[in-house]
Ligand binder design. Structure first.
Ligand code: BGC
Length: 745
């Protein structure tokens, strides 16, 4: 048949579309043929949605053989994660896979790393939205954005055929050099727990199971498989464990991942105190405990002490567990409890009632829009001398953009949370999966968006690799914008000094051009020996796929910055509780000798004094305080009232400038003297958008856990009778109002 070229092209396209639809249908029928709704409720009474998730789980459990139970409590192998390992036939090519029970219509569990977007997309040419890092999300202080963040992840997981997210990191940024801080939500238990809890809630709103990790005290990567953490019990409950408690209570997550490290001499994944006493009893956690990958060290101890599922394989929870159950070393009731917890979470989140079939293409535009919006709320304006920002598009005639590959994209964090960039690494584009610990740049070039924002200006780029050349380049322009970056990744910790001579770059440019602005893309805090030399500083975290546009929008004032620091920036590592990371020397030596890191302790002598609490109690001046973040408008605080009975406060915030903006108003409390604390605690906050001249009175309940101390004798959080000094302000150090709350009971 002689068809014109365009018609031929159309028919080829049409045939391709039909073929792919048929393929997807075939694949979904064969590979994912487990629709749970196939048989009638009478034959499968657990499909009766009017029963509770617990009742439904018990009905399934009653049908299971010992082998089926065992099959359900471990992964089916490393699959795509380890080169050369077989890939289980129905695995969706994520980090983990546990086969379901086909004869009962219980679906497989397909788990994907997804702390910041769905990992390993390139393996199957699938796109996933890269969101700003969770640390950036915490800088929004917005529970709404945390929910949205989770929704994006849940939506894209589901579209890609996964029914479980592994993300939800809530380890406190107790150690600013931790290479995974970018995956977590900062240093304060209330802020981190609330952000991550809402994130996991957002994931689960998409009928995808969520998890919270790494439980607990996995606060450094140095020697993470061997470090033994010690901390006073009260301090433990008021810091790291409190963050988990808050996140778990908010989200009721399907799972909690136990961590690699030891706690008080016992591996976290077989630690009765952490898993059974605190998590399952005190927090009333109803889901299951999944091991971190290869984080299981025993069968009987792990099973008896509260771990419920081994991933990604069945070395300890496969045949070995079956034998332990048969010999009575592990009671069958404990195995039943493990399976019950898994099934209950599957019913509770809806993965049985709403199976993930068929696979769909994700909506990249929706993802991009959401990612950009969150990035815009997350960027923190740290410094703005002489109101250098926002830049005026009309009055700025020449702009020197320098460094950090700002001409091609934005940086992301490394490790198991790394998302694949569309088209490959933007600085070296080859399609494919990210390499372990190799910095990956996403195609969202700040340079392009700066040019769009200032169409009349001469905007030029210099790579910044030679500070002298960069300074000469910047000298004659109206303004110099230097991008600096700090790559961080799982499995390593990082000094806070910027790598690659970037401090010298900033110094040289600032010396050449008095109107220098620095934009930081980082996974945690950094040192700034040039802080007094530059006019403006933005912390953009790892800003995600909408990052380039978001940064330009802040620089030119299309968006008024509203982010606030979720982590204290120190002036020097010497001011930290551990001037050197515990075990650092041992780990360096072991790496040199090609030997495993020997056992060592991390003594958390700072106790609950994490971040700003440490700085305040030690009377050390931070570089930028927790909660700090400037705006292009100004806010005034007034009229603080406390309600002793309701334990809440109200106050008024007014936008006293000429631009619309949002203020994150923070409430800190000093406990009565009997608490023996020398620091304030964050107890509430609100993100308040205000038009110019507008004022708003907000009433905020103070979190009861933040008004209490953990009483080790009674094993309870107890409020202390007495006077609580309440402070309201725009950061932990910039406090505007104070009053006294009297607690009698
Ligand atoms: C990480 C986990 C991750 C798992 C699976 C481990 O190395 O600690 O956070 O979910 O790998 O990729």
């Amino acid at each position: 048949m002689n068809l014109p070229k365009s018609a031929k092209r159309f028919s080829v396209l049409f045939a391709a579309i039909i073929l792919s639809i048929l393929c997807i249908r075939f694949v979904s029928r064969t590979c994912f043929a487990q629709s749970s709704t196939q048989s009638a409720p009478a034959a499968r009474p657990w499909m009766n949605t009017s029963l509770s998730p617990d009742q439904r789980a018990d009905l399934v459990l009653a049908q299971l053989t010992l082998d089926e139970k065992i099959q359900f409590v471990h992964g089916a192998g490393w699959g795509v994660l380890r080169e050369g390992d077989p890939v289980p036939p129905r695995s969706n090519l994520g980090a983990g896979y546990t086969p379901g029970i086909d004869r009962l219509g219980i679906p497989d569990i397909n788990l994907a790393d997804s702390a910041v977007g769905v990992r390993l997309g390139a393996l199957q040419s699938r796109y996933a939205t890269l969101l700003p890092s969770p640390l950036g999300l915490a800088a929004t202080w917005s529970l709404k954005s945390a929910n949205l963040y989770g929704e994006v992840i849940g939506r894209e997981l589901r579209d890609q055929g996964f029914n479980m997210s592994i993300g939800g990191g809530v380890d406190l940024a107790r150690e600013p050099r931790n290479g995974r801080n970018w995956e977590y939500a900062g240093e304060d238990p209330l802020l981190a727990g609330s952000i991550v809890g809402n994130l996991a809630k957002g994931v689960q709103s998409q009928h995808v199971m969520g998890d919270i990790k790494h439980y607990a005290f996995n606060d450094q990567e140095t020697g993470r498989n061997i470090v033994d953490v010690h901390i006073d019990k009260r301090a433990a409950r008021e810091s790291d464990l409190l963050a988990f408690q808050i996140a778990i209570v908010i989200s009721d997550p399907a799972a909690v991942m136990c961590s690699y490290n030891k706690f008080e001499g016992v591996y976290a994944c077989e630690n009765d105190y952490l898993l059974t006493q605190v998590l399952k009893k005190d927090f009333a956690f109803k889901g299951w405990v999944v091991s971190d990958w290869d984080g299981t060290h025993s069968t009987v101890a792990a099973a008896r002490n509260g771990m419920d599922m081994e991933q990604p394989q069945g070395e300890y929870f496969g045949e070995a567990l079956k034998k332990a159950v048969q010999s009575g070393q592990v009671p069958e009731s404990r195995l039943n409890d493990m399976v019950h917890r898994i099934l209950r979470s599957m019913f509770a989140t809806g993965v049985v009632d709403y199976p993930v079939l068929p696979r769909r293409v994700v909506d990249p535009f929706k993802g991009l829009e959401d990612a950009q919006q969150i990035a815009e709320e997350s960027i923190v304006l740290l410094k703005n001398s002489d109101k250098i920002l926002p830049l005026s598009a009309d009055k700025t005639h020449s702009i020197a953009v320098i460094g950090s590959h700002a001409d091609v994209g934005v940086l992301s964090g490394g490790g198991s949370a790394q998302v694949d960039a569309p088209g490959g690494n933007a600085i070296d584009p080859k399609p494919g999966t990210a390499e372990w610990q190799k910095p990956m740049w996403f195609p969202s070039a700040p340079l392009k968006f700066i040019r769009q924002a200032a169409p009349k200006a001469k905007v030029e780029f210099n790579p910044g690799t030679d500070p002298t050349a960069a300074a000469a380049f910047a000298k004659s322009s109206d303004v110099a914008i230097v991008f600096v970056n700090q790559f961080t990744s799982e499995d390593s910790d990082y000094p806070l000094t910027l790598p690659d001579n970037q401090d010298a770059l900033v110094k040289a440019v600032a010396a050449a051009n008095p109107r220098t602005i620095v934009v930081i893309e980082s996974g945690t805090t950094i040192l700034m020996p040039w802080v007094n030399d530059v006019k403006g500083i933005l912390a953009a975290w790892y800003p995600g796929i909408g990052g380039g546009q978001a940064i330009a929008n802040i620089l030119f004032g299309a968006v008024n910055p509203s982010g606030k620091l979720p982590i204290t920036f120190t002036k020097s590592e010497a001011d930290l509780p551990h001037p050197q990371i515990p075990g650092w020397d041992l780990a360096m030596k072991a790496a040199q000798d090609h030997k495993p890191v020997p056992p060592f302790d991390a003594n958390y002598t700072a106790g609950a004094r994490v971040g700003y609490k440490w700085f305040e109690s030690e009377k050390k001046e931070p570089l930028f305080s927790f909660g700090h973040g400037l705006s292009y408008t100004t806010f005034a605080y007034s009229n603080l009232k406390v309600d002793d009975k309701q334990k809440q406060v109200s106050f008024t915030v007014k936008n006293t400038g000429s631009r619309a903006g949002a203020e994150v108003a923070q409430v800190y409390v000093e406990l009565p003297k009997t608490a023996a604390e020398s620091y304030k605690r964050l107890a509430a906050w609100d993100r308040i958008p205000l038009a110019p001249g507008e004022s708003k009175t907000v009433t905020l309940p103070l979190n009861p856990l933040c008004l209490s101390i953990f009483d080790v004798q009674t094993n309870n959080f107890t409020p202390l009778p007495g006077d609580y000094k309440v402070h309201v302000g725009s950061s932990a150090k910039d406090l505007h109002l104070a009053a006294t709350l009297k607690v009698t009971e």
